[in-house]
Design a protein around this ligand. Structure first.
Ligand SMILES: [Zn+2]
Length: 205
């Protein structure tokens, strides 16, 4: 099987509890001496086997192979990727069965990040996730006053739109947010605006 490591917790000694986002399941697994293995790292893609044991409720993680990314040695890309992938742990808390959407999203993001700016690529992937989960608010109703927005707009956590005048957050021209939500395009956003959007994303998926 293949999957992405979205969380690692220390158990006793060098043993680890490793949470893996697979194609159709989220797996909580136990890895003996995991802390000694460089293949176990946050946001790494791995090929693995699970072994169930009657003594334990949690399967044993074995035969782990690291599947590398073309940009694995680009420290900035890897750092941003790890910060994004880590967020899935809280986002998918208590979920066991998964739609293949999540694994497909991460797989395609790996290829997109070969050429594209990592923050832009990750924000675009996040917009797809919001749309898939029915949380992309392209009705442009202000979360705070519940009146439609049509000029300056601000975004809060989960990219929820609010009137710029209803909050003290950064203002965006309405057309830019429309382009982002409807055409999934970030072309009109400056690098400084991208940094700002990325920081909102880091607050949680
Ligand atoms: Zn408002």
């Amino acid at each position: 099987m293949q999957g992405f490591i979205i969380d690692i917790k220390k158990s006793r000694d060098d043993d680890l509890i490793v949470l893996i986002l697979g194609e159709t399941h989220l797996y909580s697994t136990y890895r003996f001496y995991g802390a000694r293995h460089s293949t176990i790292n946050i946001a790494y893609k791995i090929d693995f086997e699970l072994e169930s044991n009657y003594k334990s409720t949690i399967p044993r993680l074995k035969d782990v192979l690291h599947i590398s990314f073309p940009w694995i040695f680009d420290t900035e890309k890897l750092y941003l990727w790890q910060r994004f992938v880590k967020l899935f742990c809280v986002h998918l808390k208590d979920v066991e069965e998964l739609d293949p959407f999540y694994m497909n999203l991460l797989n395609s993001l790996i290829s997109i990040m070969v050429k594209q700016n990592p923050k832009r690529a990750i924000i675009q992937a996040y917009i797809q996730l919001l749309e898939f989960e029915g949380r992309l608010h392209s009705d442009y109703m202000c979360l705070l006053c519940e009146v439609e927005i049509n000029t300056e707009v601000s975004l809060v956590r989960s990219f929820l739109p609010v009137h710029a005048k209803c909050t003290y957050a950064k203002k965006f021209s309405f057309y830019k947010i429309k382009e982002l939500f409807e055409e999934k395009s970030l072309i009109s956003f400056t690098d400084e605006e991208i940094d700002y959007l990325f920081d909102i994303l880091l607050q949680g998926l």
